[in-house]
Write a protein that binds this ligand. Sequence first.
Ligand SMILES: C[S@@+](CC[C@H](N)C(=O)[O-])C[C@H]1O[C@@H](n2cnc3c(N)ncnc32)[C@H](O)[C@@H]1O
Length: 215
Amino acid sequence: MLKERILQIASYIAKNSKVLDIGTDHGYIPLYLLQNKITDKITATDINSKPLLKAKNTLIDYKDLETLKFIKSDGFEQISDLKSYQYIIIAGLGGKTIEIILKNYQDKGYLILNPTNNEASLRKFLFENKFKIEDEKLIFENNIYTIIIKAKRQDKNLKYSKEELILGPILSKKNNKLINEYYYKKGIYYQNIFLKSKKIEHKELAKIYLSNNFK
Ligand SMILES: C[S@@+](CC[C@H](N)C(=O)[O-])C[C@H]1O[C@@H](n2cnc3c(N)ncnc32)[C@H](O)[C@@H]1O
């Protein structure tokens, strides 16, 4: 269990709000929310039965809690009262899977997203579907960088640039040591890939990541 990541996801959740945790797996995010008395109005879902059983086991101490629900569901498919959730957490899933899940989301709850990959593509999806990115955090834990995005649907169309998709519209403005290191490492990574591939897109990615480092 990555503690800092879960702590930072939980830091976005307002006290006593109603939370839907999509792809709960072991149920550690609901456990953190319950143990820290952030909220007990939680629905934990997973596409597979086994993880859902794991979650029930993790949350055994809370089994009599009426507001804690477990639902086997592919994304939002089996969630009947989707509008009632103030927060939707989709953490530890691939960016593309998160996009597929969000295609069916028309409401205005806060989205707390933690993609394991493809974050630029996910940001593009969010911008193009009027989900404004309100905050982003970069976590470095157990030698892994991971990004958490807080977003919410707006009524108006949103504009964005290629740099914002790659670096993150909020992350790129935070300018701290961890973020600069992350951009630098990504820049060097794409620079090395370009040396072999000679593909212009790799050169461009290296340039975007490295240029941000020296702002
Ligand atoms: C790596 S775990 C993430 C666990 C937890 N959310 C976390 O961040 O610590 C990913 C979980 O997502 C579930 N999952 C994958 N696709 C899903 C979908 N379309 N709908 C619901 N759950 C899904 C998997 O079964 C798995 O248990």
